[in-house]
Design a binder for this molecule. Structure first.
Ligand code: GLY
Ligand code: MN
Ligand code: MN
Length: 441
C-alpha cells in the first residue's frame, strides 16, 4: 500500500476544538478514516486518507476512527487506531500505534481499533446528538447502528441513548470552505507544481506524439516534486477535447490539432485544477484562435466577478453572457442574446458550470447556496474558473471549419480581502504568450 508520509498539521487540534464548540457539549462526533480499496485480488489502490478525517486529525493511517466528545473530563479528542505490530510493519511500513497517536498528533487519548466495540457504546451513552456521515460507508453505518443499539439495550438500567443523528458535514464543510494561511501555503504549492507541469507539456507536445507521452511528462513532474495526481489527467487532442471526461489519452496528435490538458497536482492532500488548450504545432488556426479568444474573454469576465460580496453564480452568468454573445457573433448560434441565454441555447457548446470549490477535494465541500440563494464570496474561499466551448464533430448545422474544436481554460482563484488572487498564473493563457512559448521550443 502506498502511503503518503506527511507531518501532522499543527492546525488540526485547533480545528477539533472549533468543531466541538459548534456541535455543543451534548454531542459526539464519530469519523472513520478512509477504507483501503482493492484494485484487483490482493492489491490495493494507493491509499488516500478521507479529506474530513485528514482535516481534523492529520493522521495518515487506515483503520482509524476519530471521536470527539466535547466537555468529557477524561479527554475530548480520541483516536482509535492500529496497534504497533512489528511483523506487519515489516511488510506495510511503520504505524503510529496508540502512544504515537497521542505523542505525535495531539490526541487526548488513543485506543486500539480492536477495542472499539467495547469502548464506543460507553462514549455514546449520555450524549444526545451524534454527528456522523450516514450513508458514506455502508459497512461503518452498520457498526454505528450496532453501537447505538448496545446503548439502547441499557436504557432500562438507566443509560441514555442518543436520539438525534445529524450530518457532520453541516458544520465541518463550512469550516473547510474557508482556507487558513497554512492551507493556502499548500494550495499555492499544489498550484505551482501543476502550472510548471502544464508549461512542460506545452514544451513537449509535437505532432506525431501520443497523448499519453504528454500525460507521462505531467506525472513525472508531479512525482518529482512530491505531489500526486489530484484526479486522472485529461489529455485530449483534436476532437477528443470535446469529450468532457476523456481519459483514454491514447490518440496520436496530428498537425493542426489543439491539445486540451486538464491536470492538477495534489500536494499534502490539497488539490490544484488547471486546464490549458494549445496548438500542438505551435500556431492557432483562424477558427481555433476565435474560439480560444472567446473562452478567454469569458474567463476574464468571470474573474471580474471574483471579489467579496459578489454572489457565487455571478461569474457563471458573466461567462455565459460573454460566450453567448460571441457564439452569435461567429454565427454558431442564431437569435437574440436574451433568448439564447433564457433558452440556454449556449448549452449546446457550453454544457458545464464555470467552476467549483477547491481544497482537499478537487470538487471541494461547502454549500453554494444559503437559504436557497447563491451565497456571497468571502475572503479565504478558493474555487476554479473554467469556461469552455466544445463543438463536437457532426454538430448539425455547424460549418465544418468549427467542428472538432474543444477549448477550456481553467484557473484556481482565491478570494482576498479586496479582490482575488489567481493561484495558477505561472502558466500562460494569452494567445501571444502561448505561441511565444511554443515558438521557443
Ligand atoms: N478536473 C476536474 C474539473 O475540472 O472539474
Ligand atoms: Mn475544475
Ligand atoms: Mn479541471
Amino acid at each position: 500500500m502506498n502511503q503518503i508520509s506527511t507531518r501532522p498539521m499543527p492546525e488540526c487540534a485547533r480545528r477539533r476544538k472549533q468543531l466541538m464548540r459548534m456541535v455543543g457539549e451534548d454531542a459526539i462526533v464519530v469519523l472513520p478514516s478512509a477504507p483501503p480499496r482493492t484494485r484487483s485480488n490482493d492489491t490495493h489502490y494507493g491509499y488516500r486518507q478521507d479529506s474530513d478525517f485528514w482535516y481534523l486529525s492529520g493522521f495518515p493511517e487506515p483503520e482509524a476512527v476519530l471521536v470527539l466528545v466535547p466537555g468529557r473530563a477524561h479527554g475530548q479528542a480520541l483516536l482509535f487506531c492500529r496497534d504497533r505490530d512489528p511483523a506487519r510493519e515489516a511488510w506495510d511500513g511503520a504505524r503510529a500505534g496508540t502512544d504515537g497517536a497521542v505523542a505525535g498528533y495531539g490526541f487526548d487519548d488513543a485506543y486500539p481499533i480492536a477495542d472499539i466495540d467495547d469502548i464506543l457504546p460507553g462514549l455514546l451513552e449520555g450524549r444526545r446528538r451524534v454527528f456522523y456521515h450516514f450513508g458514506r460507508d455502508a459497512d461503518f453505518d452498520l457498526k454505528m447502528i450496532g453501537w447505538v443499539k448496545r446503548v439502547r439495550a441499557q436504557v432500562k438500567q438507566g443509560a441514555q441513548a442518543p436520539h438525534e443523528f445529524l450530518e457532520l458535514g453541516h458544520f465541518l464543510h463550512e469550516m473547510r470552505l474557508f482556507k487558513s494561511r497554512e492551507e493556502l501555503r499548500l494550495m499555492r504549492r499544489a498550484a505551482q507544481i501543476a502550472a510548471q507541469a502544464h508549461v512542460i507539456a506545452m514544451r513537449t507536445a509535437r505532432p506525431g506524439m501520443h497523448e499519453y507521452e504528454i500525460e507521462a511528462a505531467i506525472i513525472h513532474h508531479f512525482r518529482r516534486h512530491d505531489a500526486q495526481l489530484a484526479y486522472e489527467s485529461i489529455v485530449g487532442s483534436g476532437a477528443n477535447a470535446c469529450t468532457l471526461h476523456y481519459v483514454a489519452n491514447d490518440a496520436l496528435m496530428a498537425d493542426g490539432d489543439l491539445l486540451l490538458i486538464d491536470a492538477g497536482a495534489e500536494y499534502r492532500n490539497y488539490a490544484s485544477d488547471i486546464t490549458r488548450t494549445f496548438p500542438v504545432n505551435g500556431r492557432f488556426s483562424k477558427e481555433q484562435r476565435a474560439i480560444y479568444q472567446l473562452v478567454l474573454d469569458a474567463q476574464t469576465a468571470a474573474l471580474a466577478q471574483a471579489r467579496p460580496g459578489i454572489a457565487y453564480d455571478a461569474g457563471h452568468h458573466a461567462a455565459v453572457a460573454t460566450l453567448s454573445e460571441g457564439l452569435l457573433r461567429l454565427g454558431l448560434l442564431k437569435g437574440t442574446l436574451d433568448k439564447v441565454i433564457a433558452d440556454k441555447a449556449y448549452e449546446r457548446f457550453y454544457m458545464h458550470k464555470t467552476g467549483h470549490w477547491l481544497g482537499l477535494d478537487v470538487h471541494d465541500v461547502g454549500d453554494y447556496r444559503l437559504a436557497g440563494e447563491f451565497r456571497q464570496l468571502e475572503p479565504g474561499m478558493v474555487f476554479t474558473i473554467e469556461p469552455g466551448l466544445y463543438i463536437a464533430p457532426g454538430s448539425k448545422g455547424v460549418p465544418a471549419k468549427w467542428q472538432g474544436i474543444g477549448v477550456r481554460i481553467e484557473d484556481d482563484v482565491l478570494i482576498t480581502r479586496d479582490g482575488h488572487e489567481v493561484l495558477t498564473d505561472d502558466v500562460p493563457r494569452q494567445i501571444d504568450e502561448i505561441e511565444a512559448l511554443l515558438a521557443s521550443r
